[in-house]
Write a protein that binds this ligand. Structure first.
Ligand code: UDP
Length: 237
């Protein structure tokens, strides 16, 4: 566990956002992995996920308070949570302001099309392509996306499938910020409400999500509680 956590970005969310904006501006490729307990735990079981987290192209950011806590337990430097939804939101706006090209893959058709419409209304000069996350072959979709050479590629299919898909096709993208965004399109499209500010400020967004969708409890237990248990074990070694 420590070997992946050691690679997690230790600076502020604002600094990371600037770094990603600069990559978009200069035409560099930046593969952003928003690490939550699920992907970190997957790496302990799955060789491909492990390879992904250790690959030099992956810039890992701490999405989720458990990851920040884990880093503190292990005495690793960390500033704050860098959430996928906030980063995606900021990068979409900055792509819009500077007339960049964006590819969105994931979520239901009505969700991703609503988000695309919203963005195009705000930023008419934005070049935007999208595909929902339920129809079609994902590998072919990403191959086609790579041919368009977008400046920003956001994939919202859930962790770790979205990261694995991007990793699989990384070599086909010569530039662009590529990032897995989980359920962010549901929130950014306005279809799903984000946790109110109080939950965000107190780092208890997870609690809000469980209260709204109790079926998440099992997943929360499996990933977060088990994860912190494993981190504590690793700290004692
Ligand atoms: N999703 C998708 N295709 C699938 C399964 C899921 O596009 O085959 C989307 C789903 O609609 C949602 C996102 O993936 O927008 C996953 O959201 P979730 O809130 O579970 O992810 P988290 O943010 O918790 O990682």
């Amino acid at each position: 566990m420590k070997e992946y956590l050691r690679r997690v970005y230790a600076g502020s969310a604002e600094d990371f956002c600037r770094k990603a904006e600069a990559a978009m501006e200069s035409g560099e490729r930046l593969f952003v992995v928003t690490a939550n307990p699920e992907i970190l735990m997957a790496a302990d079981r799955d060789e491909k996920a492990r390879e992904l987290l250790l690959c030099k192209d992956a810039e890992i950011v701490p999405d989720g308070i458990s990851v920040v806590k884990a880093m503190r337990i292990l005495d690793l430097p960390v500033t704050e949570r860098i959430t996928g939804v906030d980063l995606a939101d900021k990068l979409l706006h900055s792509a819009g302001r500077t007339g960049k090209s964006v590819y969105l893959l994931g979520a239901k058709e009505e969700v991703v099309s609503a988000l695309a419409k919203k963005l195009k209304t705000h930023y008419p000069s934005l070049t935007l392509h999208y595909h929902n996350g339920y129809d079609g072959d994902k590998d072919s979709i990403l191959k086609e996306a790579a041919i368009l050479a977008p400046d920003l590629v956001l994939v919202g299919l859930g962790v770790p499938a979205q990261e694995m898909l991007l990793y699989q096709h990384l070599g086909e993208f010569k530039k662009g910020v590529l990032m897995g965004v989980g359920g962010s399109f549901d929130v950014l499209s306005g279809m799903k409400r984000r946790a109110p500010a109080l939950f965000q400020k107190t780092n208890t967004e997870w609690l809000y999500r469980i209260l709204r969708e109790p079926s998440r409890l099992k997943r929360f237990w499996r990933s977060n509680v088990k994860f912190l248990g494993e981190v504590r074990k690793a700290a004692k070694k």
